[in-house]
Design a protein around this ligand. Structure first.
Ligand SMILES: Cc1ncc(COP(=O)(O)O)c(C=O)c1O
Length: 442
């Protein structure tokens, strides 16, 4: 096989091998065109041939501390050398210390954790916990949501990724969230809560175990709830004995400028699920956190969950080190400080390009929705689909050396939280150029 200057196989060969022998997610395999990725540092990554990309999506909104942090790498190496694995019936120092650290960081009395391999498994276990604790079976979730690719998490998911697994797990009822799309606008908190309460009444509150919601919805559009909405959901859940489950898999760990997005509204959910930023994806780890009374329920009753890799020592060590990096480098503060800068850059982009139909951000969690026509706000690609213009945008980003996530008519601005203002501006200069190319083609 041909090799690059570094002795590795070429990018094209890597792509060929991966395409031939592996399946890529959520894609028709004939259409995938992956970037061969060889190494990464900070906010950048490189192909084997040395082409550099600015990572404006923290890969999959998960490498929050940035790539290649030596402190996390060392913690992983040390843990692997000392104790790479212990079965989940064992007690290990990293497992205990990580849970205690998360208990200190999580809101309210969420201080008991079950560690999983990722976000979907965290949500699967949250479903089981909620059903066991309440003795009820129905689950409310929102249409504009994604909760993971496993069977139960897919049933919670409201977006089109759910369709292929239907009929899914019974008992899930989907509700609308306040945002109805660029042309549809957003309900006030009061309107959204009134609709939610009506659904609770019609479904029968006594049959509903939990309401699962992404605190700030991620891939469905960085949907930031109107003030009062989450507080109102909290009140409704408390009134009706329904558990409020906040999915912080994407919004958690500093992405919005707070440790957890719920902190913006001072709400304490009954259960919180997390993954991604927990280890910044250096190794897989997810978690379900529960409030004390829920944990107490399982003191005399069997906890209905198990995983061979529950509380994996290497995952726990990576998480502990990652939490240390957030603190040592004040990355949550950096996200909070750069949030308003990102807003100004988005506003500037909207002024310069009529194809920008809407934009939102909270901290370094941002999105741009593109339109074909500024007045009608017709999206640049249909719901669930793509278009020539969106494909051109993806290709242009790639040519320019900017990596970000494009979905339907939108693209995301979710860089690692260690990004500097200058690097943020560097990214927006590339976006500006890419949008100019797209507009010329329209
Ligand atoms: C909000 C949310 N929940 C759950 C998941 C699933 O997490 P995982 O892919 O780690 O299973 C994701 C993944 O993108 C997510 O964004």
């Amino acid at each position: 096989m041909a090799t690059t200057a570094n002795g590795t196989i070429t990018g094209a060969q890597i792509v060929d091998l991966c395409r031939h022998h592996t399946l890529f997610e959520w894609s028709a395999q004939g259409t995938v065109d992956p970037i061969p990725m060889a190494r990464a540092k900070g906010v950048y990554f490189w192909t084997p041939e040395g082409k550099r990309y600015l990572d404006f999506n923290s890969q999959l909104m998960c490498v929050n501390i940035g790539h290649g942090d030596e402190r996390v790498i060392r913690a992983i190496q040390d843990q692997a050398a000392t104790l790479a694995y212990a079965n989940p019936f064992m007690a290990t120092e990293v497992r205990g210390r990580l849970a205690a650290k998360l208990a200190a960081l999580a809101p309210g009395d969420i201080d008991v954790f079950f560690f999983t391999n990722g976000g979907a498994e965290a949500n699967e276990n949250a479903i089981k916990i909620a059903r066991a604790y309440t003795g009820r079976h129905k689950i409310l979730a929102r249409y504009r949501s994604y909760h993971g690719g496993t069977f139960g998490a897919m049933a919670l998911t409201g977006d089109p990724r759910r369709w292929s697994t239907e009929p899914g797990m019974p008992g899930v009822v989907h509700v609308l969230d306040p945002y109805h799309g660029m042309a549809g606008g957003s309900d006030s908190a009061g309107e959204a809560l009134a609709r939610l309460e009506e659904i609770i009444q019609l479904e029968g509150a006594h049959t509903i175990a939990a309401f699962f919601l992404e605190t700030v919805s991620g891939t469905n559009g960085v949907l930031i709830p109107p003030d009062g909405y989450l507080q109102g959901v909290r009140e409704l859940c408390t009134t009706h004995g329904i558990l409020m489950v906040c999915d912080e898999v994407m919004a958690g760990f500093g992405r919005t400028g707070e440790w957890f997005a719920v902190n913006h509204w001072n709400v304490v959910p009954d259960i919180m699920t997390m993954a991604k930023g927990l280890t910044s994806a250096y190794v897989p780890l997810g978690a379900v956190g529960v409030r004390r009374p829920i944990a107490e329920y399982f003191r005399d009753r069997v906890f209905p969950g198990g995983l061979t890799y529950n509380s994996h020592p290497v995952g726990c060590a990576a998480a502990l080190a990652t939490l240390g990096v957030y603190e040592e480098d004040d990355l949550i503060g950096n996200a909070r400080r750069l949030g308003p800068v990102l807003t100004v850059l988005l506003e500037d982009l909207a002024r310069r390009h009529t194809c920008v139909g809407a934009h939102r951000n909270l901290g370094l969690f941002g999105i741009v929705e593109l339109v074909r026509d500024a007045r009608s706000k017709a999206p640049l690609a249909p719901f669930g689909g793509t278009s020539d213009e969106m494909q051109l945008l993806s290709r242009t980003f790639r040519e320019l050396g900017l990596y970000t996530f494009t979905r339907w008519h939108s693209f995301f601005t979710n860089p690692p939280l260690c990004i500097t203002e200058a690097q943020l501006r560097e990214g927006f200069a590339l976006i500006d150029s890419a949008l100019t190319t797209v507009e010329k083609s329209m």
